[in-house]
Ligand binder design. Structure first.
Ligand code: SAM
Length: 337
């Protein structure tokens, strides 16, 4: 696979960036980087800090990295801070702190993008899954809504769910509350998995499975009906080799989503249109690669892209910028062929 051949691990750029990140990772640096990068809230706190959201949005617009080949140029401080979130060392240190906080104070840690977004993702995705189970393709006009029913809960039990880059695992707890029961969370940080498991046990969700796994080199052999990503592709994209890693991400994720299954991505770093564009590029790359390798893939399967846009959340607050309407967070569902 072309993207896999472009392993960035040994590049000089990667080594330099890793050194920069290692130097920067103190508690204060971590909190500055996280605050400047993401819309997040402490679990249970209210999300009324408009200024914080505006600051985060501004920082995000500065957090786009050049391609790896271009990264010898000077980076400003914001870039250096934001890049830390692309490194596992950042997350390992962050979750070590969170584990201490959990042990000492019972705090679960951050809810990335806030509690409202987490609840919306869970209830919106549930409706989508119920509609699909009943053979309905959701229309694109309004947000889908469905009332809880016994049939709905029964339908949800057949959906196996994987949350990649699960962090503290609170999103999966929200999905459990919505009626999903086959739930697995993975993260490349052992500290995150340790934390997620402890919180789940404490909160009565010990049926949720948590595993250490790097999505870019996944060891999972199973496929899932529903794959969730909230903030993980964003973090991956903040590595100095982000463009290459994002390609690896799509290759990997396409193997994890079962045929006919869903991928639901929540991002504060890409708009809905950018995510759709990225998927289209991946589909195109796949077709070209298949043709180049002269595989047995026939004309029909070449015409069927791997992922197709299905729907997106329309209820997030929007703002006007330069004559265009946008929202700070995008949640987009893609259907796997
Ligand atoms: C912004 S946090 C989001 C955490 C969680 N999804 C949430 O919404 O609270 C990004 C998460 O992705 C994880 N992550 C980043 N790159 C990863 C990779 N290659 N494989 C697995 N997890 C990864 C980090 O450890 C971190 O937990």
């Amino acid at each position: 696979m072309a993207a896999i051949r472009l392993q960035p691990e040994d590049s000089e750029v990667s080594q330099q960036a890793r050194a920069v990140a290692a130097d920067l990772i103190s508690d204060d640096d971590r909190s500055v980087a996280a605050d400047s990068w993401s819309i997040k809230s402490e679990y249970g706190s209210t999300l009324d800090d408009d200024q914080r959201h505006a600051d985060a949005a501004e920082a995000l617009s500065n957090a786009n990295f050049p391609a790896a080949s271009d990264s010898s140029s000077d980076k400003d401080e914001t870039d250096a801070e934001a890049s830390m979130l692309g490194f596992q060392s950042y997350w390992d240190a962050a979750y070590a702190d969170d584990l201490t906080n959990f042990r000492e104070h019972g705090h679960a840690g951050e809810v990335w993008f806030g509690v409202d977004v987490m609840e919306t993702v869970a209830s919106w995705t549930k409706s989508l899954c119920i509609d699909i189970s009943q053979g309905c393709i959701p229309n694109d006009i309004d947000d889908i809504k469905s009332e809880p029913t016994e049939l709905g809960d029964k339908l949800l039990s057949s959906w196996s769910v994987l949350d990649i880059g699960t962090g503290n695992g609170l999103l999966l707890q929200e999905f459990a509350k919505q009626g999903f029961s086959d739930l697995t969370g993975t993260d490349y940080s052992e500290g995150a998995i340790n934390l997620a498991q402890r919180i789940a046990n404490r909160d009565g969700f010990s049926n949720i499975k948590f595993l250490v796994d790097d999505v870019l080199e996944t060891k999972l052999e199973k496929q899932f009906q529903l794959v969730l990503d909230k903030g993980t592709l964003d973090a991956i994209g903040l590595h100095p080799d982000g463009p290459v890693k994002r390609m690896m991400y799509w290759d990997s994720v396409s193997k994890l989503v079962a045929s006919g299954g869903l991928l639901v991505i929540t991002s504060c770093n890409s708009t809905k249109d950018e995510l759709v564009q990225e998927v289209e590029s991946f589909n195109q790359r796949k077709i070209v690669t298949a043709q180049e390798l002269d595989t047995a893939m026939d004309q029909e399967s070449c015409r069927d892209p791997s992922f197709g846009y299905l729907s997106h959340v329309r209820s997030y607050p929007t703002f006007m910028f330069g004559g265009s309407v946008g929202s700070r967070v995008a949640t987009v569902a893609f259907l796997r062929n």
